[in-house]
Design a protein around this ligand. Structure first.
Ligand code: EPZ
Length: 426
């Protein structure tokens, strides 16, 4: 098991390319199950979550290959097996987004029900409710969701839940509705850019989707979808993480291929505390030249402040001037990073799903434990700013969403070493 050993204090300077979006690529790859013919996807990052999805798609009868130009070719060659086993689904919850495409194309799907998650309770009841509204019959058996449908029929579906919209729930229902008879209208759909990117891919395959990226999506069912070529959008959460890396080290970095329009809530918060974020050449430059101010943040569905940047922002506000408040409205228990940041000297007071952050001048390096993807990114960012050495253990969490993060940050001035268990001296 690898760890990252970080020497803090270096100011980051230089340009860093943002990879394709993990959270756009996963449902798009599942969407290839709907197609007759090959799909070619560009900008699919090389991450452990992507590799899990590739393994799952192969089990579900797809040929999946990286092409010489790095594109991912996916083609269904055998529709016999429609069972996503527990052993795969437990490693990556996003496997659930194969449910809608399998049901629509093969009229049957057996998907292991995703289990517990470090960031909190994550039921899939809204996914199932949406697919039942299209006419699916859904049962649970031995921990598996079994979905059947002689045919899917378009319907008007309210997809909102207690915590607002659902991203993968919208992806599942929207994908399934592409091959349903008649028109489907999804109300309270998730507006995340990843949903709009999935709709662009499905439309390139011959689907008739309008309104994706807004709370109301309309899908005219079609008889068949063919393969398509698609380039996945840049990863807005990776971009946001790198922006915070520039801010927390008082550095200056260029992000040449970042879509600022996908990140306006986070950019607004960065600017409000004193970070300079300027558009340039299709991307942006992010710089910080002084101690930053405190802020109040509440996570919300897009276009509100993304929950996937909550932990990283907490690390930044831990060294801001003044008291900040963060309230987590999407995953109320998403705070495993709090105790670890406190080990680095952050002053954090958690009450239910709100954390008060008393800004300190500086954090001090220590060994810390990663617990989930974004928490581990926050610990790396804190380590970049902390005095001395920070060792982040269990970095397999970070490899799920950031490709070789130490190489890319070292290229702009960080001092990070990846070590394995044997080499680690604590
Ligand atoms: C997606 O998860 C992302 N994952 C998550 O990113 C992200 O945190 C989340 O959206 C919110 O933005 C991928 O895209 C692979 P939701 P998803 O369904 O779709 C509740 C990362 O770090 N809910 O939008 O699973 C749910 O419990 C990951 O990259 C129900 O109650 O999240 C949560 O409170 C972590 N019933 C809220 O809705 C349901 O059926 C939003 O969850 C579905 C969801």
């Amino acid at each position: 098991m690898d760890s990252l050993v970080i020497e803090g204090g270096a100011r980051l300077r230089g340009a860093i390319k943002v990879n394709g979006s993990k959270n756009a690529a996963l449902p798009i790859m599942a969407g290839a199950l709907l197609a007759n013919g090959p799909t070619y996807l560009k900008e699919v990052p090389n991450l452990s979550d992507i590799n899990h999805q590739i393994t799952l798609l192969r089990e579900l009868g797809c040929e999946v290959e990286r092409q010489a130009d790095g594109a991912l070719k996916i083609e269904v060659t055998d529709e016999k097996n429609s069972h996503a086993r527990y052993d795969l689904v437990r490693k990556m919850r996003a496997s659930i987004c194969t449910l809608g495409p399998l049901l629509a194309k093969r009229k049957f799907a057996r998907i292991s029900m995703p289990g517990g998650c470090a960031i909190g309770d994550r039921p899939v009841d809204i996914h199932l409710r949406g697919l039942e509204a299209l006419g699916a019959v859904i049962d649970l058996d031995g921990g598996d969701i079994i979905a059947r449908a002689d045919k899917l029929v378009g319907a008007e579906i309210f997809l909102g839940g207690n915590f607002g919209s659902t991203v993968l729930g919208t992806a599942n229902v929207m994908s399934a509705a592409t091959l349903a008879q008649g028109t489907t209208v999804i109300e309270s759909a998730a507006c995340e850019p990843e949903v709009a990117d999935l709709a662009n891919y499905l439309n390139a395959m011959g689907a008739k989707i309008s309104g994706a990226g807004t709370p109301r999506i309309t899908i005219e069912g079609v008889k068949e979808l063919t393969g398509a070529n698609h380039t996945v959008i840049p990863d807005r959460i990776e971009a946001g993480t790198f922006m915070i890396a520039a801010a927390i080290t008082n550095g200056e970095i260029q992000l040449p291929n970042t879509r600022l329009d996908h990140l306006l809530a986070a950019v607004d918060k960065l600017r409000s505390i004193g970070v300079i974020v300027e558009r340039d050449n299709g991307g942006c430059t992010v710089a910080s030249v002084r101690r930053l101010e405190a802020a109040t943040i509440t996570t919300q569905p897009h276009p509100g402040f993304p929950t996937d940047l909550q932990a990283q922002f907490m690390a930044l506000l831990a060294i801001a001037d003044g008291n900040s408040v963060i309230t987590e409205k999407i995953f109320p228990d998403r705070f495993l990073h709090v105790a670890e940041l406190a080990r680095l000297g952050a002053r954090l007071h958690k009450e239910a799903s709100t954390v008060i952050i008393q800004g300190q001048k500086r954090m001090v390096g220590a060994p810390v434990m990663a617990s989930d993807l974004r928490a581990s990114a926050a610990l790396v960012l804190a380590g970049l700013a902390a005095k001395g050495t920070t060792t982040v253990m269990r970095v397999y969490h970070i490899d799920r969403g950031y490709e070789r993060i130490e190489n890319r940050l070292n290229a702009i001035g960080a001092k990070i070493k990846r070590v394995n268990q044997e080499e680690l001296e604590l």
